[in-house]
Design a binder for this molecule. Structure first.
Ligand code: NAD
Length: 309
């Protein structure tokens, strides 16, 4: 097994994937950043001058994510130049390159089937010694690993970073039933010493620890707002710096996380909860669902509870 982690691959270049890649680049790790091939342009898009797919367009999502990093304020990168340590690629053509890295981190959409399917594809290129982790917010690590070989499963676990990864100190580590304890120790030590995180080992329960509590708090606040007619501004003013919390209070946090992702994360608990009181809190919020249906999914779309101008 490789002793140190010097090369990584992050799969998924959205809100978290791009920022995790930036954090790895900040500490000197060469990072491959992969995402899907974007859908072919529609006839309307083509009429507007979008060409059919060519190599640059093929890894457009990851390439665009890297160029966005320096524009986010405060930037996920310690130094703009560190972006050169991140190599963009596309999942279809470049997944084989994960055989060259020490650590693969899955950071795609919060959906069990999509993650399971991707892990199968990762295993096709995997060799013993490569650690594979998921940044899931709360999907079962054991469920994700179903169908994988015992050797692969011994190298697979959850590494849950918090948003924004450059600033949030917590890293939850979630071993699966058959994760090798040496791998858990190794990634924990790496997280603490190299990535500067505080590690908490969590059991493989829905939403683990921090999101079980944090999602609950956000949903209860949202329900109180609707019940009592509070405004978004009032809630953020009362739940942010005035309470000693960062400026991204309730609704700014939801916009930062992404409402689509937040709805999936709430559902992770709702689908598994036996407790009626907990089920009532985690029940799908009509307001959030309506906003997601309209595409008002937060900062990544330019519109959530707040509009980006
Ligand atoms: P996102 O929607 O910003 O990005 C998801 C990325 O996954 C996109 O770039 C998309 O192209 C890619 N993708 C979607 N479906 C795919 C598939 N089937 N195969 C391969 N790639 C696919 O999401 P995000 O906020 O970055 O979340 C990613 C993961 O990190 C999720 O598991 C989420 O729960 C977790 N997470 C999110 C946050 C947060 O604050 N947003 C915090 C901690 C953990």
């Amino acid at each position: 097994m490789t002793a140190t982690i010097t090369k990584a691959a992050v799969i998924g270049s959205g809100v978290m994937g791009a920022s995790i890649a930036a954090h790895l680049a900040n500490v000197g790790i060469s990072t491959l950043l992969l995402d899907l091939v974007p859908a072919k342009p529609t006839p309307e898009e083509e009429a507007k001058g979008h060409s059919t797919l060519h190599p640059v367009v093929r890894n457009r999502l990851a390439t665009q994510a890297i160029s966005r990093l320096a524009k986010i304020k405060p930037s996920p990168l310690y130094d703009d130049a560190f972006a050169s340590r991140i190599a963009p690629g596309n999942l279809e053509d470049d997944l084989g390159r994960i055989a060259e890295v020490d650590w693969v981190i899955e950071v795609i959409v919060e959906n069990l089937e999509a993650k399971r399917d991707l892990l199968g594809k990762i295993e096709n290129h995997w060799r013993s010694g490569i650690i594979v982790t998921s940044n899931t917010s709360g999907i079962s690590i054991n469920a994700m690993a179903e169908g994988r070989s015992e050797a692969f499963k011994s190298h697979f676990l959850g590494t849950h970073f918090f948003n924004p990864p450059r600033y949030m100190k917590l890293l939850e580590i979630i071993p699966g039933e058959t994760t090798d304890s040496g791998i858990v120790r190794r990634i924990s030590a790496f997280g603490e010493r190299k990535l500067g995180k505080g590690v908490v080992i969590a059991k493989d329960t829905p939403n683990f620890i921090a999101n079980r509590i944090g999602t609950y708090g956000l949903l209860v606040t949202l329900q109180a707002m609707e019940r009592h007619g509070y405004t978004v501004d009032e809630v953020d003013a009362a739940t942010g710096p005035a309470l000693g919390r960062p400026k991204s209070a309730t609704f700014r946090t939801l916009d930062l996380v992404g409402l689509d992702t937040f709805v999936h994360v709430a559902n992770n608990v709702y689908d598994k909860a036996n407790d009626e009181a907990e089920k009532a809190v985690f029940a799908p919020s009509p307001l959030l669902r309506e906003m997601v249906a309209r595409g008002w999914i937060g900062e990544k779309a330019g519109q959530g509870f707040y509009k980006k101008i």
